[in-house]
Design a protein around this ligand. Structure first.
Ligand code: COA
Ligand code: AMP
Length: 630
């Protein structure tokens, strides 16, 4: 079937299409009901089907005779380790940890927070939870304790699995002081704190009295068998930034997700079982869940856990070294990683050192990819760089190219066409569909296909308000987009308070809440401005309270520190400019887009609703002075 027919079938004959896709994975009980509605009239897939994700990723392949194949390669230039795990070894690690969790009283439906670096034990922990029906929530290691607290308070975990430290190039990040602080601040006590001791110099883990040593727990436990869960059983929660300060607990089902991942591995990524697939993303992000762990393992691909950066570990040739050493067939990363490599190795000298003959396709997502980066990639790497678009909410791509039959055409700067199951439209403010070449809101006709979010953890109201209430019968993505006459879609950026910093999704409202809590700040605006390397970085403009005596330099230092302490270093808020007042509409709304456009030095139209036009010159002067000073 060609790509167009595949897509059309997924829209016109949803049930038939997804039933066929569901048949590509193993169920303990194949669903009789393909699509149905929950108590809020929101759609669910395969409700009466039963399966287990850990079985799909491990046991199934052993039963099929692939137990000695390599499931995982851990490559850590920062600790000089390279370790391979077969499916047999993976099963041993995962089932014993699962047994350990059961011995602590964890059972189907409980939640567990996993706050870990890029080490195999993180993946083991995810699969161990999945094996016994425990819902995991992986928290990105770059987040500060407060972010951990928000998640603990929201999902009330029975256990927290962590490690003694992460490593950022040469810098050790001790996790336990962060965990200790989070536990102090959290509303409820977490019963079980399990710590994997990395045995790195300077990182001891004696600080909690009742700490459970990960390795001891594994060593003394009996392996646990997989349990059967219903399709709608949450596999995990993954918190992501929204338009308010509080992150949203995106809830993912099991059966729809497994079906969607298997489908995407074959059709979108065009990857055969047995090949090596590498998504260079942290486990803490959606890409890490779907394409470092579950997608490749369901599809019986070797997956790579890389603990390092695209540059400086030890140089900008690391990606190419890994591709060549492990014969990677396709890889997935954020454009920012390629920009970082391009900056270090503009002439592609390091690329020439490696045999990249196994490498067929490069997938990019997480943020907009600039054409200059695509050009560099094409010139120096010589394999197709395929942009595609998705969100934590979808769990797998929504726009992209079907590469399974090699019958696809890349259009530069476009994130591709709607993938099967996603009936995408571009709407104007009133919900009217726009013609080609008009920018509008990217929306998706309900029902969303299998794999997309079940909802927001314990908060249907917020789910409804954030995604379903803008246009009846459609999912509101929060992204702006333009379609062309051939159906290719170009993402123009977020239309809300979300920004993407080096592929990390962050909320400017959350930053504004932190900035405003500074005792000298009367009001503020945080916007995402263009950055050559990271795509976007946050920029704060603050108005000081009357009578405040703090210097501009001091307020900047204090706010930068505060945001780093509350959100984490990944927030990358480094610029805080003091202004006399902020541009506003006559009704008092801050004109954030105007501030952003002026800072980026782009052309802008003065909004007709502006309260006082004179402020534009005032802000421009201030920005020029601020930039000159920096
Ligand atoms: N744990 C602790 N700290 C972390 C961290 C982690 N897991 N990840 C990042 N940080 C820290 C960094 O050490 C840095 O701290 P610093 O300000 O003290 O130097 C800060 O957060 C910013 O990190 P980052 O945005 O990653 O910038 P960088 O300059 O260290 O590296 C890139 C730049 C482009 C190499 C890097 O951002 C990158 O590889 N990005 C790809 C992202 C990606 O794959 N996203 C997945 C979505 S597809
Ligand atoms: P996350 O939920 O962290 O995956 O971030 C999702 C957001 O990243 C989307 O809403 C987009 O704003 C942005 N994004 C993801 N992929 C792309 C892409 N290929 N092009 C442009 N923006 C993207």
């Amino acid at each position: 079937m060609n790509t167009e027919d595949l897509f059309q079938k997924s829209i016109d004959h949803k049930e038939k299409f997804w039933k066929e896709q569901a048949q590509q994975i193993s169920w303990f009980k194949f669903p009789e009901t393909i699509i149905s509605e929950d108590e809020n009239n929101y759609n669910q897939w395969f409700t009466d089907g039963e399966l287990n994700m850990s079985y799909l990723c491990i046991d199934q392949h052993i039963e099929d005779g692939f137990g000695d194949d390599i499931a995982i390669i851990y490559d850590s230039p920062v600790t000089n380790q390279k370790i391979k795990y077969t499916y047999h070894q993976l099963k041993e690690e995962v089932s014993k940890l699962a047994g350990g969790l059961q011995s602590l009283g964890l059972k189907k439906g409980d939640t567990t927070v996993i706050y870990m670096p890029m080490i195999p034990q993180t993946l083991f922990a995810m699969l161990a939870c999945a094996r016994i029906g425990v819902i995991h929530n992986v928290v990105f290691g770059g987040f500060a304790p407060q972010e951990l607290v928000v998640r603990i308070d929201d999902c009330k975990p029975k256990a927290l699995i962590t490690a003694t430290a992460g490593i950022e190039i040469a810098k050790r990040i001790p996790y336990l002081p962060l965990v200790e602080k989070a536990i102090e601040l959290a509303q409820d006590k977490v019963e079980n704190i399990i710590v994997f001791n990395r045995k790195l110099v300077d990182n001891q883990h004696e600080m909690f009295e009742e700490i459970i040593d990960y390795q001891e727990l594994v060593d003394k436990s009996e392996p646990a068998d997989y349990v059967s869960v219903t399709s709608g059983h949450p596999l995990y929660l993954l918190y992501t930034s929204g338009t308010t300060g509080k992150p949203k607990g995106i809830t993912r089902d099991t059966g729809g997700y497994a079906t969607a991942l298997k489908f995407s591995m074959k059709y979108i990524y065009g990857i055969e079982p047995g090949e090596t697939f590498w998504a260079a993303s942290d486990f803490g992000w959606a890409v890490g869940h779907s394409y470092s762990v579950y997608g490749p393992l369901i599809n019986r691909n070797t997956t790579i856990i890389f603990e390092g950066k695209p540059i400086m570990t030890p140089d900008a040739g690391t990606f190419w070294r890994i591709i060549s050493e492990y014969k990677v067939a396709a890889m997935f990363t954020a454009p920012t990683a390629i920009r970082a490599i391009k900056k270090e190795d503009p002439e592609g000298e390091l690329v020439k050192k490696y045999d990249l003959s196994s490498f067929k396709k490069q997938f990019l997502a997480g943020e907009r990819c600039d054409v200059a980066t695509l050009d560099w990639f094409e010139k120096h790497i010589g394999v197709p760089a395929i942009d595609h678009w998705w969100q934590t909410e979808s769990g797998s791509p929504m726009l992209g190219l079907m590469t399974y039959n090699d019958d696809y055409q890349i259009k530069r700067a476009s994130a591709g066409k709607p993938v099967p199951g996603y009936d995408i439209k571009i709407f104007d403010e009133n919900g009217l569909e726009l013609d080609a070449h008009h920018e509008g809101y990217l929306v998706i006709k309900l029902p969303l296909p299998p794999g997309a979010m079940l909802g927001i953890w314990n908060d249907y109201e917020r789910f409804n308000k954030s995604y379903l209430s803008q246009y009846k019968g459609y999912y509101f993505s929060g992204d702006g987009a333009i379609k062309d006459e051939d159906g290719y879609i170009f993402i123009t950026g977020r239309v809300d308070d979300v920004i993407n910093v080096a592929g990390h999704r962050l909320s400017t409202s959350e930053m504004e809440e932190i900035v405003s809590s500074h005792p000298d700040v009367a009001e503020c605006a945080v916007v995402g401005i263009d950055d050559d390397l990271k795509g976007q970085i946050p920029f704060a403009s603050v108005v000081l309270k009357n009578g405040s005596l703090i210097s501009e330099q001091q307020i900047e230092t204090e706010i930068v520190k505060k945001v780093r302490e509350k959100i984490g270093a990944v927030a990358c808020l480094k610029n805080v400019m003091t202004v006399k007042r902020l541009p506003k509409t006559r009704s008092g709304k801050i004109l954030r887009k105007l501030i952003r456009t002026i800072i980026d030095g782009k052309d802008f139209q003065v909004p007709s609703t502006i309260d006082d036009e004179k402020i534009i010159e005032e802000i421009k002067e201030k920005i020029n002075a601020y930039k000159a000073h920096k």
